[in-house]
Design a protein around this ligand. Structure first.
Ligand SMILES: N[C@@H](CCC(=O)N[C@@H](CS)C(=O)NCC(=O)O)C(=O)O
Length: 214
């Protein structure tokens, strides 16, 4: 079975959201992102020289990194027509667009600095100032649709939903964006997501990783 190297509550949780929604079975190899230690022994560096998640190990032993790519691979394996978006689908490039938007504008563009312990508060606030333009773009887009591609929850939503799992801890304030708030509540209320978030909170503590401090 395909294995996801997964640090609780980090971006690899987006991959778990996608797998759950798409009905794609994954073996989960837990790790502590702070120490880089794999629960089964060895280090994250053994499977990704950058020491980062997400990493997907396919059945042939090859590995995929980059969360956006991992998400797109998972969605390509899904048999759930409510989730999967085929390359021939007129919305396929919207799927690529929003997955990459989440990767570059939100995940790396905002979280990278704001969660960097050594960054000063001034630098973090400068990066937080980038958020309103991005939130407004999402706000406008979500004014007429429940999810990024319309009625269906796709791999792009898995990424955006994960962003909202940690955005409060990053002190990114989206309360002034009603469509975004409604989206956040709608997405995070999905049973599969709620269950995975809860089990990751437990595992985060068990591994003493503390992505979300007490
Ligand atoms: N380019 C990678 C970056 C992912 C990334 O920043 N992952 C974070 C967790 S959300 C991480 O592994 N951080 C540890 C580190 O950078 O040392 C991707 O898109 O998957």
């Amino acid at each position: 079975m395909t294995t996801l190297y997964h640090a609780p509550l980090t971006c690899s949780l987006a991959a778990r959201f996608a797998a759950a929604e798409g009905g794609v079975p994954l073996n989960i190899a837990y790790l502590n992102l702070r120490t880089k230690e794999l629960e089964r022994g060895g280090l994250l560096y053994d499977v990704n020289p950058l020491g980062q998640v997400s990493v997907l190990e396919l059945e042939d032993g090859s590995r995929l990194t980059e969360t956006a790519t991992v998400l797109l691979w998972i969605q390509s394996q899904s048999q759930n027509p409510e989730f999967r978006v085929d390359p021939q689908d007129p919305d396929y490039f919207q799927l690529l667009r929003w997955t990459n938007f989440c990767a570059t504008e939100l995940h790396k563009g905002l979280f990278r600095v704001v969660f960097y312990q050594e960054a000063t508060e001034a630098v973090k606030d400068r990066v937080r100032d980038l958020a309103p333009l991005r939130f407004q773009m999402l706000e406008d887009h979500l004014a007429t649709r429940p999810y990024l591609l319309g009625d269906r929850f796709t791999a792009a939503d898995a990424y955006l939903a994960w962003f909202f799992v940690l955005s409060g801890n990053a002190r990114l304030d989206h309360s002034a964006y009603p469509n975004l708030e409604a989206y956040r509540q709608r997405a995070l209320a999905r049973p599969a997501l709620r269950e995975l978030i809860e089990s990751d909170r437990v595992k985060d503590k068990e591994l003493d990783q503390q992505i979300i401090p007490d």
